[in-house]
Design a protein around this ligand. Structure first.
Ligand code: IPE
Ligand code: IPE
Ligand code: MG
Length: 237
């Protein structure tokens, strides 16, 4: 590319990394093989993504609803996540990437919680790309958490507005995603950043996550640059 091409770039890209299972199925392999490939692909993808100097990337890795899958698959995904974490952190830190976690830590083992906290702490002062890893994340659960936190503060109802509410979300202090990408062909949000994506441009592609590389990312960025964002107003004349 064309990282040099003068495109109107988003500030925050959110990606539903879907299609690992189908990627494996096409190759007559078990679903976990697809998850493994998907996890390895994340590293290459983040490296390529960093080249565009877009400040925020949020990756949906495991939803609160994904606990409904067979236990062996859930355990396999979590094991892969844990195994990949150490290496991924080292690479990220070298690339000046700041890692954040979106979601709940509960239900995750103390070992993973410790690793995740170490990753966040180690990279917190990095000034490059911020990568939010949405793991054990659910948009509705995030909203309920925010409501509970606000109620606990005894804030007056009339003082609650959209800005205040946003400060109680996991994404506090970050811009809302302006480009929402979903790989794997499904055209739904699946409980991902449902508050924050109120005005995101949606981009759905049938390409399966392990195949979604730089070329596909560029297609999405080009599509984004051609969208007219109006936010309820009128298009400038
Ligand atoms: C996305 O891939 C990864 C997770 C949800 C953890 P899937 O596992 O949903 O892949 P498909 O949709 O079955 O192909
Ligand atoms: C969304 O994919 C969650 C992640 C990619 C982590 P799913 O495969 O779980 O979504 P549904 O079940 O098709 O809505
Ligand atoms: Mg899926």
């Amino acid at each position: 590319m064309s990282t040099k091409v003068n495109l109107e770039l988003p500030q925050h890209v959110a990606i539903v990394m879907d299609g690992n299972g189908r990627w494996a199925k096409k190759r007559h392999k078990p679903r976990l093989y697809g998850h493994k490939e998907g996890a390895v692909h994340v590293r290459d993808f983040v490296e390529a993504f960093a080249g565009y100097h877009i400040p925020y990337l949020t990756l949906y890795a495991f939803s609160t609803e994904n606990w409904n899958r067979p236990r062996t698959e859930v355990e396999g995904i979590i094991r892969l996540f844990s195994e990949n974490l150490d290496e991924a952190i080292k690479i990220a830190h070298k690339q000046n990437i700041r890692i954040r976690h979106l979601g709940k830590m509960d239900r995750l083992s103390p070992e993973i919680q410790k690793k995740a906290k170490a990753a966040i702490d180690m990279t917190k002062n990095n000034q490059g790309l911020t990568v939010n890893v949405a793991f054990n994340y659910g948009g509705r659960s995030e909203i309920v958490d925010a409501v509970q936190a606000i109620a606990g503060q005894k804030i007056k109802p009339q003082d609650i507005d959209e800005n205040l509410f946003s400060r109680y979300l996991y994404t506090a202090g970050m811009p809302d995603p302006d480009l929402f990408i979903r790989t794997g062909g499904e055209m739904r949000l699946s409980n991902f950043l449902i508050w924050q994506s109120a005005y995101a441009e949606l981009y759905f592609t049938p390409v399966l996550w392990p195949d979604f590389g730089q070329e596909e990312l560029e297609k999405a960025l080009i599509a984004f640059s051609k969208r007219q964002r109006r936010f309820g107003g009128l298009q400038p004349q």
